[in-house]
Design a protein around this ligand. Structure first.
Ligand code: SD4
Length: 319
């Protein structure tokens, strides 16, 4: 590379980072508490964080907590980005992705799963009952039914109606709805100081049939390491998959970054390399001290944080 090319590339990079600072804004709450038990979840998933922390106050560990939390939006027909009531793919099928990981480093996931309301619980069964990490599609469904999960129609009248309207527009393309996507990534730190995480989604609305996003991919949609902490993602899965943001954030924290700095760097890696116009990716991180970070490409990135001290519930921030 000659000096001129080097200088122009450096200028472009600097401009890109300045642009990032302008475009992506920190949603970190500097007044938040630290400590544990603690739960943090993407979007306005307050019900999920409450369920998770209640599970821990009743003796559950971090793994029980993230499963209990993730099951809340999975069962909610009004949440059209997760589980029951999720928006279908462009063929009208609701296909779900989920993963879970615990403090021992065990992991389980399901991808492209249909007809099961609680993919996060199937992912936990994959982790606990099989030698594998991921089961997919028909195999994941067969396993779920063998494990006693019930077959359910996940497409609600509301989601079907919206899909039919979308079909009338004649645009048979995958799309993401920025205002209404609520994939839940959830991280919990229990009273023993152990961390676990989960992620569950119906994926991008009207995606191609068979498409799998970042949410069930360990290290992309979610990652925890009990020596360090954890991270999870929401947004356009393709951008997260190409940069393995959750694994990156945990590794940055291992090397001394705060959760906030690590989330910002993971977003920066995406913005530097890819065209993110109109796109969203948001990361959350929680370290072993219960300190958290949050950052996203777009200005608005709500998340729910819930911490308990001396057996009292303290709502630390919903931004
Ligand atoms: C996906 N990351 O399937 C998910 C979508 C998402 O909030 O996060 N929606 O790409």
């Amino acid at each position: 590379m000659n000096r001129k090319t080097f200088l122009s590339r450096t200028a472009l990079l600097a401009a890109g980072l300045a642009g990032l600072r302008g475009k992506a804004q920190a949603t970190h709450n500097p007044n938040s508490l630290s400590g544990h038990p603690a739960v943090i979840a993407t979007w306005d998933n307050r019900g999920a964080t409450e369920a998770a922390i209640q599970r821990m106050l009743k003796g559950g560990n971090a793994l029980d907590a993230v499963e209990a939390g993730a099951r809340v939006p999975e069962a909610d027909p009004e949440d059209q980005s997760v589980g029951y009531g999720g928006r279908p793919d462009r063929d009208g099928k609701v296909t779900l992705d989920a993963c879970i990981m615990d403090a021992k480093g065990r992991a389980g996931a399901v991808t492209f799963l249909q007809h099961i309301m609680h993919p996060v619980s199937v992912a936990r069964k994959v982790m606990e009952e099989t030698p594998h990490v991921t089961l997919s599609g028909a195999g994941a469904l067969r396993f779920a039914l063998e494990q006693g999960f019930e077959k359910t129609e996940l497409l609600t009248g509301k989601s079907r109606g919206q899909w039919e309207e979308w079909l009338k527009k004649g645009v048979y393309n995958p799309a993401i709805n920025h205002r209404q996507h609520d994939t839940i990534g959830i991280l919990a730190l229990d009273a023993q100081g152990h961390i676990a995480g989960a992620c569950t989604t119906s994926g991008l609305s009207y995606k191609m049939h068979g498409r799998v996003g970042d949410s069930p991919v360990i290290g992309a949609g979610m990652y925890v390491d009990n020596e360090v902490g954890g991270a999870c993602a929401t947004g356009i899965g393709e951008l997260v998959l190409k940069t393995l943001g959750s694994f990156l954030i945990v590794e940055l924290m291992r090397n001394g970054s705060t959760p906030q700095e690590a989330c910002e760097e993971a977003v920066r890696r995406i913005v530097k390399k890819y065209d993110t116009r109109g796109g969203q990716v948001g990361y959350l991180a929680l370290n072993k001290n219960g300190e958290h970070g949050a950052f996203s490409i777009r200005k608005t990135f709500p998340y729910a944080l819930y911490q308990a001290k001396e057996n009292r519930l303290l709502k630390a921030g919903h931004l």
